[in-house]
Ligand binder design. Structure first.
Ligand code: PLP
Length: 364
């Protein structure tokens, strides 16, 4: 069978390895496997949310409220915006897909930094669009402006803080990029880890309200990271109403489940859980910084819930990732991004103890 030619160019997204795989392959007991690979909230699911999910289980035969009235109201309250400015996706990943399908074709290009979230490229390639990357993994304003002038991309992606590197772009720099592009280009500000950056340093804090004055800018957020709901698949886009209305044409009905809807509404009310998650993270990430300094390992100052260790010739990221996996520690190897580096999600104190116990024996 002949498929769309554009698919030849697509490499499968490499998802974080599941615990089940390590149990199966290496015969390690599930309770001894430590997963620090997908930037999930290590504390787990907020108990208040678990309760609501259980309560809603009896409604599994009903389609969810397709208007998502209550969830949009909750997000609107969280950010002080209006419901008409919000579109909900099965993860913000799905909003990325809506955006790509609404804007791209084989004559367009998308601009992003050299190392960034892999799905931008995959969705663009599905539409036959060309990928343009800046030379640096950081979002450098001058590089973005130069590439923008040279290629006139249809979409500019700003992932801040950036995955998988962990660095952030200041609000000032984001606004400089936005103001330099014309209204035919959509600027996507992906704030999947914004809660962590905002808690660390105010100059990196960007809110949807900072951007709503621009007709060609969309802010993306998710419940998968700080809110601890990766398994529920809820994300959102916030933008001026005309843009949101157009994106709704791409959305299939009932695109998140009844349980996801209930979970996200409950999660959005409990900002204490988010604050506690961030506090634990801030305390634990220091251990990773200290270890790196003491052992002459490079790292990128992180504004996210993970840290990226940069290796020199002494260590090979693929060997290290494989050795850790055999010991039941799942982290993310960044070799496929062209970096001799690993990305480690900051875990609980116990998970981090286990990581260091093994890592110490492996790293040179
Ligand atoms: C995790 C992540 C997302 C989306 O996650 P969803 O679970 O689909 O909401 C988007 N962008 C970046 C950079 C991410 O790391």
């Amino acid at each position: 069978m002949t498929f769309n030619k554009v698919l030849d160019e697509i490499q499968l997204y490499e998802a974080g390895k599941p615990i089940e795989l390590v149990v199966r392959q290496f015969g390690i007991a599930p309770e001894d496997v430590v997963k620090l690979a997908s930037n999930e909230n290590p504390i787990g699911t907020n108990p208040a949310v678990v309760k609501v999910i259980a309560e809603n289980a009896t409604k599994a035969h009903l389609y969810p409220d397709d208007s998502m009235f209550a969830l949009k109201a909750a997000i609107a309250k969280l950010y002080d915006v209006r419901s008409e400015n919000i579109i909900i996706g099965a993860g913000s990943d799905q909003v990325l897909e809506f955006i790509s399908r609404a804007l791209l074709n084989e004559n367009s290009s998308v601009l992003m930094s050299r190392v960034t979230f892999a799905m931008y490229e995959i969705y663009a390639k599905q539409m036959g669009a060309k990928i343009v990357r800046t030379p640096s993994y950081e979002h450098k304003v001058e590089e973005f402006l130069e590439a923008y002038e040279a290629h006139r991309p249809k979409i500019v992606y700003i992932c801040t803080p950036n995955n998988p590197t962990g660095d952030a772009t200041s609000k000032e720099d984001v606004i400089r990029i936005i103001e330099a592009v014309d209204k035919e280009t959509l600027v996507v500000v992906d704030g999947a880890y914004m809660e962590y950056a905002a808690a660390k340093e105010t100059k990196y804090a960007i809110t949807p309200n900072d951007l709503l004055g621009y007709e060609n800018v969309i802010y993306l957020g998710t419940f998968s990271k700080a809110y601890g709901l990766g398994g529920m698949r809820v994300g959102y886009g916030i933008a001026p109403q005309p843009l949101i209305s157009t994106l709704h044409k791409m959305r299939p009905p009932f695109n998140i489940t009844t349980l996801s809807l209930a979970a996200a509404i409950e999660a959005s009310k409990d900002t204490d859980f988010v604050r506690e998650s961030i506090a634990l993270h801030q305390e634990q990430i220091k251990r990773y910084e200290t270890f790196a300094k003491e052992n002459r390992i490079g790292y990128i100052d992180s504004y996210t819930n993970f840290i990226t260790y940069l290796f020199d010739d002494r260590n090979d990221s693929t060997k290290i990732a494989d050795a850790l996996l055999k010991r039941g520690v799942i982290i993310r190897n960044l070799a496929s991004y062209g970096m001799n580096a690993i990305r480690i999600t900051i875990g609980t104190a116990r998970q981090n103890d286990i990581f260091f116990e093994h890592f110490k024996e492996i790293v040179i």
